[in-house]
Design a protein around this ligand. Structure first.
Ligand SMILES: Nc1ncnc2c1ncn2[C@@H]1O[C@H](COP(=O)(O)OP(=O)(O)OP(=O)(O)O)[C@@H](O)[C@H]1O
Ligand SMILES: [Mg+2]
Length: 1011
């Protein structure tokens, strides 16, 4: 490549084909096991058939198989008979040595060489004339023999691609193989499903295959958003911006080939790459001229059009039109949607290319014709009894066509109506588009604007609201500001206050609490107290809500109660519900669970009664949060999910899904229901997480999951992304899990200074908050950090460091007690369990670690059903028991419980620690049922051990010597006496032939025996 940057055009990894790849692998394994296995892979052009099969071909070595691959060519029938088989057999020459080749060919080398010259000198030299044609049946038998003899050496994978181009001879040969193949050979066939028109010769072949019952089918579908995002990231070598993912998804519809091409075009700044345009148009251009004209008209309608409308605009003889449409359908350019009977372009890019090919002078009149036809249809229906006027979809189409026909006056009016209709139908993103279009036309067509059913201010407000509920943060804020700019606060304080209150909400959803607080404080300041008004109640309620979100619950309660009082005075029931939700949340978070739940349920009842979507969303989330903090995570998960379902019905999943679903996942994860949590997270990442406000929770929860399962780097990346992207400082409840997670990741990684810094930074966020739950969570982690620092300092005899860590631990515990024992706070069972754990960590920091406290903490977690914390506490309990010299069976019992929990959960780091402790203490761990953590203990390196003659125990001691530990410390670490440790050390020195510990350490480092 000259002058440009060579860029990868394909994704280096195969994305999103786990199930399909497994199906193929299973077929190969079946063949290896002695059964025949035939799989037919179908899918449209570019969907990834070759890639999937190629991936299997690359892995055949894993089962000791060989792969032979051939493809049918697009060169017309009969030109190159058996082309794929020729291609597949050619590599045999390189694959086998001559004697083996001879055996596999079974003496048929000469005959086969007529087809595949590489296989040897053609027959004819030794008798039979070379010209005599090889009868097909003879050839088939020969080939079958070759394959079976080849399979005697090991499994064979035979791939024949692109069957839609196969000639009759190849089809016959494959049919024969399918009927006669024995075990040892897996046959994988691929074809393009979109090439098979009704009379395609492959159809009878496939029907025969299905009847034989010997072949299984594999249909490859297009990719979804998550997989496509991964594909783009693979090519770009960094995550693709969400807007780009959205655009490529919309235009490629998840076809990987189109996606690659569109991305490449995007990178060079072109819209539809010429090569792609020619490719998608090739199929259209193969149709008759009149059919192409019909397709042009259809493309103006969009990717789908119903018959009646198309007929009205085409204006052609009905019979003739049907005939033309049939051609487009049989040639797979159009499909028919079974449910509605509408015609649908097989791919959006075909419609796009056909439309782009029209001249602008052709498009305008066609759009106008569609608009008129639609209006006629709506008017006619209007006269019929019971007809309900235009549907939301029709309104939307009208707006689009009038705009594209350049009739801006009609377009404005139609857009406003379309926006209202879409909003009523809960199609919020569409409503937003229509409102924004109307706003953009407003100044250009004053007459139409004057006739609009909504004035400009109202339009801006509706647009901002729909943007917020659909999850478009930036647009909500921009529109909210525009609405506000049109109001003079001195003249209309109520209106300005109301708009400020909304703007505050938009800022908060965009994760910018400081701006939200500023807006709401301004609202409260400018709205007159007297007379009480709905606007006042709303502003007070919003203020209460923000105070709550910042953890200032006492202030929030005062404001919330004021809001309820004013709302009742003026009969603003929606506001009353909103404020009750806030009050209930404050109560719940401070630990007054039942009282909190009562208010929250009342708030939810009102939200349901009035269909207040926003309050339905937050009501569910807050109720679930309170339950979760109270240790009732199973109920919490259900309510988070019920909330997601409730908002989905009103089109607001885009706004709430990104928080409700990860929160449900987190609740399930806490209970050890990891697989369900993972499934939910997959769903979240399928949503359009287009802004940091929408990504924050999803990333935090995925980071937490990765942390628990031991993927520290993945966890850190997710949690750091939350911090890096946040537009403003995080709210306390969002900051705590991020910093807590970062601290814990650093701890497992042995980076104590980083762990300490992360914990301290997180605690800063809680400084001004009354958040007993989060304080107890983060406090527990912070104490764990200090315990680790103190233990390490003790081992190094770094007295000052140890003292500092002990003091810090004491301070942390005091601070934790101050928050959880503050007046008005009632510690929930989860807070209490955290507190017990924190106290146990404190004993570890102060030394000696107290097994009783650890046992207490473990039982508290077990009683609540939180296995991760329970497993951790059991491990520490066992460790403390061993250090104390308690009876071994007690320690063994605790360790066995930790082991079982860690194994079931797939907690890799914890498992490794438990195993290491067991090894050092020579405790046999029981066999587990075999859960997630199947990582075998690090394999010993027998070669080195044998050579040096060190026993496994001596290796352990040597590692500690290399770490600079004294005999006493080695004794402590391995739970043996000082005397035994010193005996081990002298034996090691003797075996290594060195005179002192320093030299032994050097040997150990050289041989990588440390760590
Ligand atoms: N799952 C996937 N992950 C990553 N890249 C993919 C995936 N599937 C397909 N691709 C890429 O998309 C492009 C088209 O894929 P492929 O050639 O396998 O399609 P095909 O179905 O064989 O098409 P055709 O019918 O034209 O042969 C290739 O560049 C391929 O690398
Ligand atoms: Mg292919």
């Amino acid at each position: 490549m000259i002058g440009g940057v060579a860029r990868r055009v394909s994704c280096p990894v195969v994305v999103g084909r786990g199930a399909e790849a497994a199906q193929l692998r299973a077929a190969l394994e079946r063949a290896a096991g002695g059964q025949p296995a035939i799989v037919v892979v179908a899918g449209e052009a570019g969907v990834g058939k070759t890639r999937l099969v190629h991936d299997l071909v690359c892995r055949v070595g894993e089962v000791g198989a060989v792969a032979l691959t051939g493809g049918c060519l697009d060169v017309g029938d009969g030109v190159l008979a058996y082309a794929p088989l020729v291609e597949a057999l050619r590599p045999l020459v390189g694959l086998l040595d001559p004697a083996e080749l001879e055996r596999v060919l079974g003496g048929a080398g000469g005959e086969l060489a007529r087809l595949v010259p590489e296989l040897g000198p053609p027959a004819g030299v030794g008798g039979r004339p070379a010209e005599a044609p090889l009868a097909p049946t003879r050839l088939f038998e020969l080939l079958l023999g070759v394959l079976h003899r080849l399979a005697e050496r090991g499994p064979v994978l035979l791939v024949v691609e692109d069957l839609h181009w196969a000639d009759q001879s190849t089809r016959d040969l494959l049919g024969f193989l399918v009927r006669n193949l024995r075990g040892g050979v897996a046959l994988v066939l691929t074809y393009r499903s979109d090439e098979l028109h009704r009379r395609h010769p492959l159809r009878p072949f496939l029907a025969e295959l299905d009847r034989s019952g010997r072949a299984e089918r594999l249909e490859l579908d297009r990719l979804g958003r998550r997989d496509l995002a991964e594909l783009l990231a693979g090519i770009l070598e960094e995550p693709a911006p969400p807007a780009l993912v959205g655009e490529v998804l919309a235009r490629s519809e998840g076809n990987p080939f189109f996606a690659e091409e569109l991305l490449a075009a995007h990178l060079d700044g072109s819209r539809l790459p010429l090569a792609l345009r020619d490719l998608v148009l090739a199929r259209v251009e193969a149709l008759s001229e009149p059919t192409q004209r019909v397709l042009e008209v259809a493309a103006v309608a969009g990717t789908r059009v119903d018959h009646e409308l198309l007929a009205a605009v085409v204006g052609q003889d009905a019979e003739q039109l049907v005939w033309l449409l049939r051609e487009a359908v049989t040639r797979h350019v159009l499909g028919v949607d079974e449910a509605s009977g509408a015609y649908v372009f097989r791919h959006a890019l075909v419609q796009e290319a056909v439309y782009d090919d029209l001249l602008p002078v052709q498009r305008g009149p066609l759009h106008a014709a569609y608009a008129r036809a639609l209006e006629r249809r709506i008017a006619q229906r209007g006269h019929a009894p019971g007809a309900g006027g235009a549907t939301a979809v029709e309104q939307g189409q009208l707006a689009y066509h009038w705009y594209a026909a350049h009739d801006l006056g009609q377009a404005l009016l139609a857009s406003v109506k379309a926006g209202q209709a879409a909003e009523a139908a809960s199609a919020l993103a569409e409503a937003l588009g229509h409102y924004e279009r109307a706003l953009s036309l407003w100044d250009q067509v004053p007459e139409a604007a004057a006739a609009s059913p909504l004035d400009r201010g109202t339009l801006l407000h509706r647009a901002a609201e729909t943007a917020n509920l659909a999850g478009y943060d930036d647009r909500a804020i921009g529109l909210g500001r525009l609405a506000l700019d049109r109001v003079d606060p001195a003249a209309e304080p109520l209106r300005a206050g109301a708009l400020l209150e909304r703007l505050a909400r938009y800022h908060w959803t965009a994760a910018d609490t400081p701006r939200a607080m500023a807006a709401v404080e301004q609202a409260v300041a400018i709205i007159p107290r007297d007379p009480p008004s709905e606007e006042l109640a709303r502003a007070l309620a919003a203020h209460a809500q923000l105070l709550m979100l910042l953890g200032r619950h006492a202030e929030a309660r005062v404001r919330g109660e004021e809001a309820v009082a004013v709302a009742r005075q003026v009969g603003a029931r929606a506001v009353e519900g909103h404020a009750l939700t806030t009050l209930g949340t404050c109560l719940g978070i401070l630990g007054h669970i039942e009282a909190g739940i009562a208010d929250l349920e009342q708030g939810l009842r009102i939200a349901r009664e009035l269909t207040a979507v926003d309050d339905l969303g937050r009501g569910h989330a807050n109720l679930a949060t309170v339950l979760d903090h109270a240790g009732r995570s199973a109920e919490a998960a259900e309510i988070f999910l019920a909330g997601a379902e409730a908002v989905r019905q009103h089109g607001a999943l885009g706004r709430y899904g990104p928080t409700h679903l990860p929160d449900a996942a987190l609740a399930l994860l806490g209970l050890g229901r990891r697989v369900e949590a993972e499934r939910l997270l997959d769903q979240v990442f399928d949503l359009d997480l287009r802004s940091p406000g929408l990504r924050g929770r999803a990333l935090t929860v995925r980071g937490t999951l990765r942390l628990r399962t031991g993927d520290l780097a993945g966890a850190e990346a997710d949690l750091r992304q939350v911090l890096d992207e946040a537009p403003g400082p995080l709210d306390p409840q969002n900051a705590a899990p991020v910093f807590g997670g970062l601290a814990e990741a650093a701890l497992w990684d042995g980076r104590l200074a980083d762990a300490r810094a992360a914990a301290a930074e997180g605690l800063e966020f809680l400084a001004a908050a009354e958040e007993p739950y989060w304080m107890s969570e983060l406090g527990r982690t912070a104490l764990r950090v200090e315990a680790a620092v103190a233990e390490q300092a003790r081992a190094r005899h770094a007295d000052a460091d140890e003292r500092a860590a002990r003091e810090l631990a004491g301070d942390l515990l005091d601070r934790l007690h101050a928050v959880t024992g503050a007046p008005g706070v009632s510690p929930t069972p989860t807070v209490a369990a955290n507190q017990r754990t924190a106290e146990a960590e404190w004993s570890r920091a102060a030394g000696p670690s107290d097994p009783e406290r650890w046992a207490g903490a473990a039982s508290a977690w077990e009683a609540l059903g939180y296995p991760w914390q329970a497993g951790y506490a059991r491990w520490r309990q066992a460790e403390a028991l061993l250090a104390q010299g308690a009876p071994r069976q007690d320690a063994a019992a605790a360790l066995a419980r930790a082991w079982a929990l860690a194994d079931r959960l797939g907690a890799r780091r914890l498992s490794a620690e438990v195993e290491s402790l067991a090894r050092r203490a020579r405790i046999e761990l029981p066999d587990t049922a075999g859960g997630g953590a199947q990582e075998a203990p690090a394999p010993e390196e027998p070669a080195v051990t044998d050579e040096l003659g060190l026993t496994p125990r001596e290796l352990e001691v040597l590692a500690l010597v290399a770490d600079g530990r004294t005999n006493r410390q080695i004794a402590q670490a391995l739970f043996i006496s000082n005397k035994t440790a010193s005996v081990h050390v002298s034996n090691i020195l003797a075996k290594l032939g060195v005179t002192n510990r320093g030299e032994a350490a050097a040997v150990a480092h050289r041989l990588h025996l440390t760590g």
